[in-house]
Design a protein around this ligand. Structure first.
Ligand code: NAP
Length: 269
């Protein structure tokens, strides 16, 4: 992550210092990138993940930046977990929705309960978080929501049928809801990661090396060759884009799906 290497004073003022941000699933990877960037923008941050150890390490890292940090170890995809996180967060100005992605497979693999689990994690959980926090944002006349979804919303990833389905559902919900709440100063957008250098990418490259009986480095090289940038995205950069979508300046960006994929999706528009 490159977010620690900035020259002080060289960044746009996002106008959100003092805002209270809740970043779900944020001890590692893209969620952590968002939490770091929001803390750097002057927000207090509420972090969440299931595993307490990595969560506490990330909380300590972000506290060292001078931010006020609350860490809640809970499963955000459960009713109890969400209740715990919401209780600790209190009034929240900025919500970043995130959770782990569903497992890969073939279209023949998935039964009803697999779809229900994917919908719970990647569609109904972010919707529940929005339903819980949008009323307060509307009352205060200001709010920002960023949902971390996936490139699979724009271009299907064949083996991620559960993700393709659940995230498309969330995208449809956001498309309408964003237009209902914008008049209250509440702005909702989705951020679509392509391939970023996180633990999940390490796991996916390890799985590719096993499936094709090639080394990890060969698997990684073959995946990198699909990217115009020749390199994976940086979670720190992803976080900076998230922070921009949470900025004052983002107030006219409504219900958009912002693709961060290094140009990998080969479309003109
Ligand atoms: P990651 O590096 O594996 O990090 C996932 C983070 O989420 C960890 O902090 C993890 O901590 C937390 N988490 C997972 N499930 C959780 C749950 N039920 N409740 C609370 N916290 C939870 O993953 P990532 O690469 O940042 O990916 C984040 C999301 O973006 C995923 O949905 C993924 O499918 C999607 N995505 C990623 C990429 C990419 O290139 N990285 C591309 C497309 C889509 P614990 O495990 O301790 O809970």
């Amino acid at each position: 992550m490159n977010s620690g290497k900035k020259t002080k004073g060289s960044y746009m003022d996002l106008g959100i210092a003092g805002k209270r941000a809740l970043i779900c699933a944020s001890s590692k990877g893209l969620g952590k990138g968002c939490a770091v960037a929001l803390a750097e923008a002057g927000c207090s941050v509420v972090l969440n993940a299931r595993g307490a150890e990595a969560l506490e390490a990330t909380a300590a890292e972000i506290r060292a930046l001078g931010a006020d940090v609350t860490a809640v170890a809970a499963d955000i995809t459960t009713d109890d977990g969400r209740a715990e996180v919401l209780e600790a967060a209190g009034p929240t100005d900025i919500l970043v929705n995130n959770a782990g992605g569903p497992p890969p497979g073939m279209w023949t693999d998935w039964e009803r309960e697999d779809f229900i689990a994917a919908l719970d994690s990647n569609m109904l959980t972010p919707i529940a978080m929005m339903k819980a926090l949008l009323p307060g944002m509307i009352e205060r006349g200001w709010g920002r929501v960023v949902n971390i979804t996936s490139v699979s919303v724009k271009a299907p990833v064949a083996q991620l049928g559960l993700s393709n389905s659940a995230r498309a559902g969330l995208t449809g919900y956001v498309a309408g809801t964003a237009r209902q709440v914008a008049q209250h100063g509440v702005i909702i957008n989705n951020l679509l990661p392509g391939l970023h250098a996180t633990d999940r990418m390490d796991q996916l490259d390890a799985a590719l090396s096993r499936a094709q009986n090639i080394s990890f480095d060969e698997a990684r090289a073959s995946r990198l060759a699909t990217l115009p940038t020749g390199a994976y995205g940086d979670p720190g950069d992803f976080g900076q884009m998230c922070a921009f979508l949470c900025s004052q300046q983002a107030k006219f960006i409504v219900g958009q799906n912002v693709l961060l994929d290094g140009g990998a999706t080969n479309t003109t528009l």
